[in-house]
Write a protein of this length. Structure first.
Length: 231
């Protein structure tokens, strides 16, 4: 079942989509959006996590630009809008909104206390920064864009982080991947999986680069990771 949560910050309030499992108490996972807002893809991910036993919460991180963005990756006009939003987005403010979401999640009735985060695309970068800047218990980054500029923050990382990297990611060139791998591969809290031949957003159902087999492999690893670290 789903509901809407309002999260208050010093800058204003924003909403989050919440999907709940059948269990009375469960760990929470903050689901960090791509560049299309809290759309059907994100809501479906939340519903899937709820079915697997988590309270899933997807905050509207574009609220400072325009609340309620809900677009798809299916038309040129929507892609143009998505990149406008990406370019207008304040990453640091976004991470502080995620921190506020984590705090709200910990206080929600039915949440066991442990809170993880998972993000995709823009959210993959934000998931990495959530791991380094917040008290999230465990984080997962799917094909984060721009991560190579922030690898120095891994020094602050004290809790587990799982990373999924698409080797042929059109938005993360080989040089950027080399920087990420060199800086992070030996970190005791970080596990990196790479996916040969896969392009950006290979786990986005309905997307141009969706690959069912590798999406299933990545999502299986993610589920095991959350079950281990949020139990």
């Amino acid at each position: 079942m789903s509901e809407t949560l309002t999260i208050n910050t010093p800058d204003g309030a924003f909403s989050a989509y919440v999907a709940r499992p059948t269990a009375e108490t469960a760990p929470a996972v903050v689901v960090i959006q791509e560049i299309f807002g809290v759309n059907k893809v994100m809501r479906d991910i939340c519903d899937g996590l709820a079915a697997q036993g988590f309270v899933a919460i997807c905050p509207d991180l574009f609220w400072r630009i325009e609340p309620g963005i809900d677009i798809t990756d299916q038309s040129e006009a929507e892609w143009k809008r998505a990149f406008e939003l990406f370019n207008a987005f304040d990453v640091d403010a976004g991470v502080s909104d995620i921190a506020a979401t984590i705090a709200a999640a910990r206080a929600l009735p039915g949440v066991s206390g442990k809170v993880g985060a998972v993000g995709y695309c823009l959210g993959g970068l934000l998931a990495f920064l959530t791991a380094t800047r917040t008290d999230a218990d465990a984080c997962i980054s799917y094909y984060g864009v721009g991560l190579e500029k922030h690898v120095g923050e891994a020094d602050k990382l004290a809790r587990p982080l799982l990373m999924h990297i698409a080797e042929k990611d059109q938005f993360v060139p080989p040089e950027a991947q080399q920087v990420i791998q060199a800086a992070l591969k030996d970190h005791p809290q970080i596990t990196i999986h790479t996916y040969a031949g896969r392009d950006h957003a290979f786990a986005r159902e309905g997307g141009a680069h969706y690959d069912a087999a590798d999406a299933a492999k990545a999502n299986g690893r993610s589920l095991t990771f959350f079950q281990t670290n949020l139990a």
